[in-house]
Design a protein around this ligand. Sequence first.
Ligand code: NDP
Ligand code: PYR
Ligand code: MG
Length: 578
Amino acid sequence: MANRDMSSLIGGGVRDVFGEDSATEEQIITPWTRAVASGVELLRDPRYNKGTAFNEKERDTHYLRGLLPPAYLTQDLQVKRILDNIRSYEEPLQKYIAIMDLLERNERLFYKVLIDNIEELLPVVYTPTVGEACQKYGLIFQRPHGLYISLKERGRIQDVLKNWPEKNVRVIVVTDGERILGLGDLGVQGMGIPVGKLGLYVALGGIRPSLCLPVAIDVGTNNQKLFEDPYYIGLRQKRATGQEYDDLIHEFMFAVKQEYGEKILVQFEDFANHNAFKLLAKYRETHLVFNDDIQGTAAVALAGVLAALRLTGGNLADQRYVFLGAGEAGTGIAELIATETSRTAKISIEEARKKLWLVDSQGLVTKSRFESLQHFKQNYAHEHEPCEDLLSTVKALKPTILIGTSGKGGTFTKEAIEALASFNEKPVIFALSNPTSQSECTAEQAYTWTKGRCVFASGSPFNPVTIDGKTYYPGQSNNAYIFPGMGLGCVISGAIRVHDDMFLVAAETLASLVTKEHLKEGLVFPPLQDIRKISAHIAADVAAKAYDLGLATRLPRPADLLAYAESCQYSPLYRPFR
Ligand SMILES: NC(=O)C1=CN([C@@H]2O[C@H](COP(=O)(O)OP(=O)(O)OC[C@H]3O[C@@H](n4cnc5c(N)ncnc54)[C@H](OP(=O)(O)O)[C@@H]3O)[C@@H](O)[C@H]2O)C=CC1
Ligand SMILES: CC(=O)C(=O)O
Ligand SMILES: [Mg+2]
């Protein structure tokens, strides 16, 4: 018998059927080890640390005795203590630093504090404060959150993903930092946004923290102020564009699928519109992706409009809309409203679109501008005389609903709002731009200028306003109502693609949760304190739609999707340790 060449046998074991060893022989692997944490290491591990809430037995078993002061605090008392601390800071940014510091120390306590006090703390971890945090991210930087992928990592993005400690990632929020809220290009400091959004995936949606991965793609920045900032934490070079940019994103998109599989959800966030539409169109065919600024915003705004119509009367097809701002948010909302109008009024999408008018930085979008318009505005280039500004547009078109998506603060002028109020009994005004400084008008302005007759909502929160003894409650029209439930729906159904109908369903579900009592107070969104239940409802209905469309892979389909969604939601309560 001929001698067998034994050396060839040593080469086996790669790409094995168990998926345990998928590296090729040339690829570098990371030698992970697992150990039971104890002592100081346990206290320094935010996933397991309970601080003063470790009980006597746990202190003995895990070698903590002496490393903690003797007092035992319940988690509820810890929550109260943290809140007292946060409330003692005057500056929102100080509150942000304090609560993000807690995330680094004790993850469950962070989420318990956030979930129990969502209305108070959402403006701290999210808009508006997260905007200021991104602007000063280098200055306040303590420990890195999320994964930084820059041009330096070109060609080895999959290896970089392997450095992330969690292997079972299901949701990624990624930004390239070019359009952070209405604050423009903040380069890699935009990382605050994916970190904040994923914090909401957990707190508002109930996705487990370990499943979430925030990513900042750093291709440089065109923000001169950041170039001059000694504390800037990103690449100091002009933004890469064209093929170089596309190649990096492409490598990233395929690395995440390679690493985490077909069902990895990628949420594009705060990309500038010249990339946002392109990336969505390209990757929605091959990946489970959506763009939050286009699609998530559209769903929340449509929900707000549907609820507002219960206050003002009429249906979608009776309305005339003017948008100040014709970018991702504006055209995204317009297209979803047109789709829903076409569906419910049984008219063509072209007919439905004619009810929606856009104003951009050059004035009213009209047919005569068609050739020079970006493609995403072209469906809304209707026949009309030119109108240079909002006031002349409002006077000419007499809209029933005015929506601000310009990213520019103070652009809803007194004259324009008064004109709107002159021909509407109950004008609907949504000032959606973030953060608060970029809101098209304040709640107080809207109620004052319309003599309390408007239905108002804004992207960033405003406090209730009292005028002549009457109090008005502005709603918050923010995609945070949508994306956590959308993500949960995708995860629990094992969806492999996001279909636009899933956003329609999310909008209808959100609107259906607005009660008569909410409407009586002028609220067109349900209270944020109920957001986990709201997210579960959205998740269940999104999942149902994914099953109906044949996009869901988790089989068999659970009989009661709402109960299933709720049962999947993460709880931040401490678990007893052995
Ligand atoms: N509430 C929410 O949930 C959300 C809010 N947003 C907010 O919406 C805003 C816009 O975001 P996005 O659509 O992505 O941004 P884009 O950059 O895609 O669009 C901005 C649009 O506003 C127009 N514009 C700028 N200045 C003026 C002006 N003075 N008058 C009229 N139009 C103007 C631009 O005109 P031109 O095209 O001519 O440049 C462009 O059409 C941001 O502040 C963002 O934070 C976004 C997503 C969600
Ligand atoms: C809310 C949000 O996504 C934005 O302002 O960009
Ligand atoms: Mg955004």
